[in-house]
Structure formats: structure tokens, C-alpha cells
Design a protein around this ligand. Sequence first.
Ligand SMILES: [Zn+2]
Length: 144
Amino acid sequence: MIETTTIRPFTAASFNQYLAEGKLMAARCADCGKLSLPPRAICSKCHGVNLVWTETSGKGKLAGFTVVYIAPTFMIEQGYGRDKPYVSGIVELDEGVKISARILGVDATQPDSIGIGTRLEVGFIEAGEGDKKKSYLAFKTRQE
Ligand SMILES: [Zn+2]
């Protein structure tokens, strides 16, 4: 893992700002070493506030998933829905932390073809234009 000394608050806004920069960042507790993803301002293990931004490897495996046919508005705007489902999953990173994200490179119309434990690596989805442009966390299948 790569340590960074950049001081940003441990908030969703900072997390999203890092995503826009193509980085999946976690908060590591400098006291007990616990990694939090998404980041938290207080360590969930020792309740310490001595946290450090840490870039994750972005590599992991699929721990669980669901195929989404009834999409939220921002996904409908991207063309997803009943006729074009997408996959949302829980990814367990090699560092041991889990996070939910879009799963790319799998066939949402063939859920039986999607295997738990599939190796994944971080990817990013950019949607919207100008000021409304936003980066979303996603993972894609990878070959070892
Ligand atoms: Zn701690």
C-alpha cells in the first residue's frame, strides 16, 4: 500500500474527490492499524482519531452480488432498468475490507455465470457533464 501525507477530512466528499482522481482511498488507524473503507473520522476498533489516508491495492474478489432491474433515477438516466439490468456487488479487497460497488465485465442477464470469488480490480465510472460530472466506484473482472 502507498501512504499519502495529503491532509483531507475523512468524509464522503474527500473519498469521492479521490475517486475522481482515480484512487480508492481508505483510512488507516495509526494507533491500531485498522483499515476503514469507506473512510471514517473515528477508528471503529480503538475509537482513535489518529487516521492516515492510505491508497488500497484496488484488487480483491467478489464476495456477493445482486442484479438490479429496478434502478434508481441516476441509473435509469444512464439507460439501465428492467430491460438492461446491472450488477451491484460487495467486493472484499486483498487488504480484508469490503465495499459495495458496481461490478463490470460480468453478464447481468446471466447471473448464473457470475461467480463468488471472481478476481476483480478497481475501475471508475464517470457519468454526467461539466459540474455534474461524477466518478462512481466500480470493479471489473481481471485475469491473474
Ligand atoms: Zn484504531
